[in-house]
Write a protein that binds this ligand. Sequence first.
Ligand code: PLP
Length: 398
Amino acid sequence: MSIFASISQAPADPILGLVSRFKADPAKKKVNLSVGAYRTEEGKPWILPSVAEAEKMVVNDTTQDKEYQPIDGKPEYKRPVQELIFNGDIIDSGCIATVQALSGTGSLQCIAQFLKFMGVTKVWCPNPTWGNHPKIFQRALLECDTYPYWHQEKRGLDFDGMMAGIEKMKEGECILLHAVAHNPTGVDPTPDQWQKIVAACKARKLIPLLDNAYQGYASGELAKDGYSQQLFTQSGMEFFIAQSFAKNFGLYGERIGYIHVRCASKDAADAVLSQMKIIVRQAYSSPPQHGAAIVNKVLTTPALKEMWLKELTFMSNRIIDMRVALRKAIEAKGTPGTWNHVTDQIGMFTFTGLSKDQVMRMVEEFHIYMTGDGRISMAGLNPGNVEYVADSIDKAVR
Ligand code: PLP
């Protein structure tokens, strides 16, 4: 009798489980639109040329060793990543506590533990949100609730519902916001709506947590995609950011990201940093160095940074082109319903509005893998499969 006899089989991860099913599917015609990772026109993973170049420089750098990194990452690596979000004055003020962490998920995990440690009891997530969000907060023993975000009939943002939701939140509670390119809906507030959201968060004395997993992916421009973070910074509020470099550097497997905590004073930032380091030390001691070195090389080598910025535009443009192509192909068939949301939405995903049964048909009958909520990754579309996907959507909704 095993001591693990009472341990039941956990369900497969809803997204990564689909990837395994896709790989095992013997069908000749199959499309994987489940996972949020960039693919080329040929449907292949892409190592960004700027990243490949930086990696060579890192590997050939004889001054590099394999010693432990500091608990919070190399201090000289912090400013270039802070500069993607904050202006020089606020960085110079010392009010930002920055910690290298294990990509976006690892950053969120440490922030969740920190929230619990500082006495926060509740985190509000948009409905819907990335499936891992509530799980991460609940594992840190935080209560997790939702505020309205998606308006099914309008297939867009339920702004009034969201504002009414914020009105219900209590002082000291945490509100999770997607900094840009909301996953899974692909719908972001307008600049004007963001201003109202920031003002409401400030008035209600909430603790904002901005999940920044897609900066540069929505518009191709870092500054434009950094708008909500700029607004929160200007508001003078204290808040958290989980910054991931998985998508915008294509460094999914290197697990590189940063936590930033904007504090009211340098003293507060120093104290926050010291406690965040304890969380990291007890969880995994110190962060991996390879991805951090690559990101730093790209950001501090002007020619590579210029390359990277162009690559970001290239990736986001390819996705925008696929939005246009998919909508055109669906509308050409006279498929029932409206399809403008395919081009209105931004970032990596389209929230198609397909029902559970329709999604089931897409997967079982047409071998097009997508999440149960009707989300498709636009990065998985290419000129070779977009017609097949449009045709299958047409059949599924009729
Ligand atoms: N946050 C959101 C909204 C995401 O969509 C993802 C990945 O899909 C992440 C965070 C975490 O990504 P990673 O841990 O790979 O940086």
